[in-house]
Design a protein around this ligand. Structure first.
Ligand code: NAP
Ligand code: MG
Length: 402
């Protein structure tokens, strides 16, 4: 078989530990035999980031802005223990945070559903994609402990030196306060990216805040979403037969549980942090959650939502064959190849990526799976295999389709 040709290179961001091992296995077993793969390779492994003073991360992100599509392996975000373990110059920033800020992107997390696996919430038939606003709120807060009686105020100094104040609380005893903020520009970009993403995949968009309580802060989010929807999307949504649905966040949360899924849920920063983990857990396994970072000008970075699976890596180093789930990383590759194929008008490459995705799911449906999925399986006797055997089983199915 002749391998499929590509036009533009994918930006390939390698990573750490067990996912780095799986990354190479996926390329060797599922991609290189079929595709004359064209990538620009950036090694975001921790040692390489340390060697380049993290410049490699910035270069990779800038290259995604230029070429349009990247695919990323999970990476270690170093803490004090990692600084010791790898003798690092410093505890480098999270690569994902660096890339997100360079692309000004929104992260969409999409669960990968398989019939053979039972979600904890049985009504969910279709994926619920969570879009988390990645700017501001409590993640850029200022907090203060209050030791005793005092008057706490919000205080804003204007360019002309005048001051606006507003009472937070007249304290009679100890307590705590915090200040948070957001920007109209960031909320607008977030609203536009979510509305566009839902339109692209032809699903409804849901959004909720607590605007009855937060009459200025929450209300601003609500107003901006409605403005962007009315001025830029209403006509297109009607044409696509999809809707933008706004409600209070607690009403949304209750409706989510009763829904069948199949929509995009835009969340304020904290809601997205909590709800993405809740949706992932309710769907079964963190290893079945994919993630895509989308910039407002349509640049894409695909990755798995899980981390580098450190515990499996230490077992791998001892020579054990681990049963680490590669599905989310495979879906990152197929997502990136499909997007590249769409932009470069390569229907054969798009078809290959689609087949690889389908056969990955079908392999699990047929009863062959990694250890993390066994508990969720609806099948009588699932066969638990190591990662390499799982990948080879997928390849055999792909071969029979081509
Ligand atoms: P993790 O790597 O996601 O793993 C947590 C646990 O979840 C694992 O020990 C494993 O459970 C299970 N798991 C996750 N992915 C799996 C897979 N593909 N197959 C089977 N089981 C899987 O999270 P972590 O241990 O908190 O973080 C490890 C490192 O990853 C950290 O250095 C962190 O900075 C980094 N991280 C990176 C990203 C990213 O790059 N996007 C995201 C999160 C974390 P069992 O051990 O019980 O089998
Ligand atoms: Mg979280």
């Amino acid at each position: 078989m002749t391998r499929l040709k590509m036009k533009t290179a994918l930006v390939e961001l390698d990573g750490d530990e067990m996912t780095r091992i799986i990354w190479q296995q996926i390329k060797d077993i599922l991609i290189l035999p079929y595709v004359d793969l064209k990538t620009e390779y950036y090694d975001l492994g921790l040692q390489s980031r340390d060697r380049t003073d993290d410049e490699i991360t910035i270069q990779a992100a800038n290259r995604i802005r230029e070429l349009g599509v990247g695919v990323k392996c999970a990476t270690i975000t170093p803490n004090a223990q990692r600084v010791d373990e790898y003798s690092l110059k410093q505890a480098w920033k999270s690569p994902n945070a660096t890339i997100r800020s360079i692309l000004d992107g929104t992260v969409f997390r999409v669960p990968i559903l398989v019939d053979a696996l039972e979600p904890y919430i049985r009504r969910w038939k279709k994926p619920i994609t969570i879009a988390r606003h990645a700017y501001g709120d409590i993640y850029k807060n200022t907090e203060m402990a209050i030791d005793g009686p005092c008057r706490a105020e919000l205080c804003v100094t204007m360019p002309d030196g005048s001051i606006k104040t507003s009472l937070i609380h007249q304290f009679t005893g100890p307590g705590v306060i915090q200040g948070i903020h957001n920007l109209d520009s960031s909320i607008t970009t977030f609203a536009r990216t979510c509305l566009q993403y839902a339109l692209d995949i032809k699903q409804d968009l849901w959004f909720g805040t607590k605007d009855t309580i937060s009459k200025t802060y929450g209300q601003r989010f609500k107003d901006i979403f409605h403005e962007v929807y009315a001025s830029e999307f209403e006509v297109q949504y009607a044409r696509a037969g999809i809707t933008f649905f706004y409600s209070l966040i607690d009403d949304i949360a209750a409706r989510i549980v009763k829904s069948e899924g199949g929509f995009v849920w835009a969340c304020q920063n904290y809601d997205g942090d909590v709800m993405s983990d809740l949706v992932a857990a309710a769907c079964g396994s963190v290893a079945m959650m994919s993630s895509v970072l989308v910039s407002p000008d349509g640049k894409y970075e695909f990755e798995a939502a899980h981390g580098t699976v450190t515990r499996h890596y230490y077992r791998h180093l001892k020579g054990e064959k681990t049963s680490t789930n590669p599905v989310a990383t495979i879906i990152a590759w197929t997502g990136a190849l499909k997007k590249r194929a769409e932009l470069d008008d390569l229907p054969k490459l798009s078809r290959f990526a689609q087949i690889l995705e389908e056969e990955t799911i079908q392999t699990i449906e047929s009863g062959i799976m990694t250890g993390d999925l066994k508990e969720l399986s609806r099948l009588e006797k699932p066969t638990v295999v190591d990662t390499e055997t799982f990948l080879k089983a997928i390849a055999a199915r792909v071969d029979s389709r081509l």
